[in-house]
Structures are given as C-alpha cells and as structure tokens.
Design a protein around this ligand. Structure first.
Ligand SMILES: Nc1ncnc2c1ncn2[C@@H]1O[C@H](COP(=O)(O)OP(=O)(O)OP(=O)(O)O)[C@@H](O)[C@H]1O
Length: 293
C-alpha cells in the first residue's frame, strides 16, 4: 500500500501554507511534528481530500485521490482538529449514525460501535450526550468514529489534545496494535506523543518538510550534542542567552540547564543521551522555556 505526495503546495489567498511537499507513505505510524502554524492541519486536510492542493497531487496506489473520491473515502479514517460530533446525540447514537453514513450494515455497525466504545474506554458513557463530554472524551469519540470502517489509512489531527496522561498511553497502545498493514499519520506538537510509537517522524516548519527519519536516526544524529550543567542563576541566565536550551530546572538557588550544542557549552557540562524533545527544540526553538521545579 502506498500513499504518495507529489509536489504539494497550498496557498491560502496570499499565504503560502505548504511548499512543495514530496513524500511516500507505506504501512506504519508517522508522526507529523511542528509548531503551531507549521501547516500540519493543512497537509492532513489535503491528504484526506477535504482540501484541494493549489498544485501537486496525492496518489493512492498510483491513482489521484481527487479522482478516486468515494473509493478513497471508503478506506480512510479521519479525525479533524476541530472535531465536535453532534452535541445532542449520545456517544452510542453518534457512532451508529457515522457507521450508517460509512455504509456499514446494521448488525456490523452495532458490533463495531460496541467494540470501539470499549477500545477507547467510553463504554460506560455510551448513553451520555456528547454535549456533556469533556475535551478528552470528545477526542476519544473522534478517534472511535475514525476507526468505524477499519480504515487502511488513518489520519489523526492532534489526537491527544485534551487527553490526560493515562489516556495518551492508552491511545499509543491502540495505535501500535493496529499499525500493521495500515498507514497511520498523526500530528502533534507534543514530542512524547510520538516518541515511542512513530516509525517515522516528519518535521514540518513554515510549510516545508525539513526532515524525516526514524526516531532512532534523529537521536543518533544528535548523539554527543546534548549537555547538562548546573550553575548559579546569573551564569545560567547568560548561557540561556547564548545556547539552545531544551530544559531548565530550578534547584534551590541553582539552575540545571539542558543544552543542545555541538561544542561543550561550559567546563562543567556533561554529555547526556539525546531525547526527541531536544531535536524538536533544536529545529523549532522553545518558546516556553519555563523553569520547572
Ligand atoms: N483558511 C485559511 N485561510 C488563511 N490562512 C490559513 C487558513 N487556514 C490556515 N491558515 C494559515 O496557514 C498556516 C498553517 O495552518 P495549519 O492550521 O495548517 O497549521 P498547523 O501546523 O496545523 O497549526 P496548529 O498546530 O496551530 O493547528 C497558519 O499560518 C494559518 O494561519
């Protein structure tokens, strides 16, 4: 199975949101990583054919998805970034309704809805209306609706938004289990969401696909370039102005810095194993740089 992205560019009025993207997806889990506004949602909307690229095309098994239309939709599952469902439907009614739209037979639909409510941990809330759902519960219903037709291609736009840590772990488990023979593409700006599940990570910056590789490859490349050092506040602050800082940890009157640098940034700095988080900060910077205690 192949989903090929060929020279895809997208322009919103006078804003160029995607710039000449080329990529080939084969079965596996892909993490699309980039800061807000990088073009992740635009890319995903093009991949599911709800948005036509300004130029270029997406081919599924060598055929343009905009020509395949419903044939393509039949093998697709999609969670949009702004998924809300229908507030007056219960979880059960909503999933049954989507199953109907997707053409599942009545008996299969009931069976799938039950299975999926179990899978996403919402079976006990199946008769509650979506309007009473928390953000995390809505996201889980959104994931369930994307899975109803057992899609070959699953595209999840920020599936972990609003999920608590245990729900994030559950989702990772679900995705890993179903990854065989499926193309799963998920977007996030939270590195830990994809670190352990993604076979490949795609870095998107300002509409450009700047790099793609396995997490292990990214980590190998960064080996020897991540350091920690604990310094008094003044000295630490001056290093923060000079280097790429991937974490800051206050320890009493001292500050422990995690630094990404090709050269040893301070005499007392020691090399530590890289994490994907360091790679993110290296490519995208860290606008938060909050001090953690
Ligand atoms: N309908 C639109 N009209 C004009 N500009 C748009 C439109 N939709 C998105 N953009 C712009 O295109 C860029 C990419 O947006 P997109 O939503 O694809 O990014 P993203 O990586 O998904 O960001 P986020 O993580 O915040 O959702 C942004 O600068 C955004 O403001």
């Amino acid at each position: 199975m192949k989903l090929t992205v060929e020279q895809v560019t997208h322009q919103y009025k006078n804003f160029l949101a995607l710039k000449n993207i080329n990529f080939e997806f084969t079965p596996g889990i892909y993490g699309l990583l980039g800061p807000n506004g990088a073009g992740k949602s635009t890319f995903m909307r093009i991949l599911v054919d709800v948005l036509a690229p300004t130029s270029g095309m997406i081919n599924y098994e060598g055929r343009n998805i905009s020509i395949l239309k419903s044939q393509y939709r039949d093998i697709l599952g999609y969670l949009p970034q702004d998924f809300n469902g229908y507030p007056h439907f219960t979880a059960y009614q909503f999933l049954l309704y989507v199953a109907n739209l997707k053409g599942l037979s009545k008996s299969l639909a009931k069976q799938r809805v039950d299975e999926l409510l179990q899978l996403v941990g919402l079976i006990e809330s199946k008769d509650k209306k979506l309007k009473g759902f928390s953000g995390g519960m809505k996201r889980r219903i959104g994931i369930a609706q994307a899975l109803l037709n057992d899609p070959h291609i699953l595209i999840l736009d920020e599936p972990t938004a609003g999920l608590d840590p245990s729900e994030r772990i559950r989702l990772r488990g679900i995705l890993s289990k179903m990854a065989k023979n499926k193309i799963i593409i998920l977007s996030t700006h939270i590195v830990s969401d994809i670190e352990s599940v993604a076979d490949q990570v795609l870095l998107l910056r300002k509409g450009e696909l700047i790099e793609h590789a396995t997490p292990a490859h990214f980590l190998d490349k960064m080996e020897g370039q991540v350091w920690t050092v604990t310094l008094q506040e003044q000295k630490a602050l001056s290093l923060m102005d000079t280097f790429i800082i991937s974490n800051v940890h206050q320890q009493g009157t001292s500050i422990e810095l995690r630094i990404v640098a090709t050269q040893k940034p301070h005499l007392d700095a020691i090399n530590v194993p890289p994490k994907l988080e360091d790679i993110y900060v290296y490519h995208f910077g860290n606008p938060h740089q909050a001090i953690s205690n």
